[in-house]
Design a protein around this ligand. Sequence first.
Ligand code: MRU
Length: 367
Amino acid sequence: MRFKVRGKEEMASNLKRWYTLMKFKTIEWKKEGVRILDQRRLPQEVRYIDCKDASSVAGAIRTLAIRGAPAIGVAAAMGIALAARKIRSHRPDVFRKNLEGAFQEIRQARPTAVNLFWALDRMKRILDQDLALSVDDLKGRLEAEALKIFEEDLKVNQKIGEHGKNLIQDGDRILTHCNAGGLATAGYGTALGVLYAAWSEGKRFRVFVDETRPLLQGARLTAWELMQEKIPVTLITDNMAPWVMKKVGINLVLVGADRIARNGDTANKIGTYGLAISSKWHGIPFYVAAPTSTVDLDLANGLGIPIEERDPAEVTHVQGKQIAPMGIKTFNPAFDITPQFFIKAIITEKGIIRKPFLRHLKRIKAG
Ligand code: MRU
């Protein structure tokens, strides 16, 4: 799937073409409900699930059937629109009251990716905007807002790609972690979006991907996604990364983000922090690609970012098979915080943000 990007109009039509040609759809708004590509089954099986109510959308987020910060945001918004559609009452006060449960359930699905709360806040604003609206109008507006969040994410990702592609040179060896691709967003991707944009321009490079224990998003998802696009990819285990940097010679590390504090400290998949330290040691530029919706100006630094801790079985088992002794104590944080010190720049839809992050992140969030 290759096409060059030039003017604004061309960009929009390329985006449409990209979405149509995409070999998978991460999430779709359907008559039957919210259709989600079940990422727990990839790459063995490409199977879609139809979530018919807000509880099943919350469940899909909680169990990582859909995952990745921007995709979680889109799912949350669609979950609310779906809950709204199901309410029978024509009284706006009853309608608003009945929706509260859906907001609460989805809000509690996962704690780290700020996009989930950002999307729910947008949906809440629609609900509170005009108290004189009828229930039918409210339903229509909530659905329109969820679709807007979806479409905006596609556009934002392509812009991230356009800004970031200039950082990639022909012949580069690029390391990435977890999955920040079309599967983690409405489509196209953030970190992988940068790679798709550079590849479309004719740049040729190789991607090294960490398997990303414990849930193997790198091995199962990123490897699969890049292979679909015929981009050369080499899979390594997480503990190989520093040696690959030294021995193979990585030119650039590129990851996504779940939440970025206003000083630039970044929460991303567990293992990202170690990669950043190792990149610094080897003099390799470390880039984060993320939409501005991932920036949380309320937090002064990374210390305030809630880190999700997940089921011990993810550590004691590999793909359902127990590998550790029964009764072993475990620790399973799903994310870590990379201090801004290690980050060379943050690639957003509004441009490449360099240091001092505090000043520039505030500026782009305001604009
Ligand atoms: O637990 P996950 O799979 O939701 O974690 C995802 C990540 O850490 C991604 O790198 C991040 O959400 C960026 S996605 C564009």
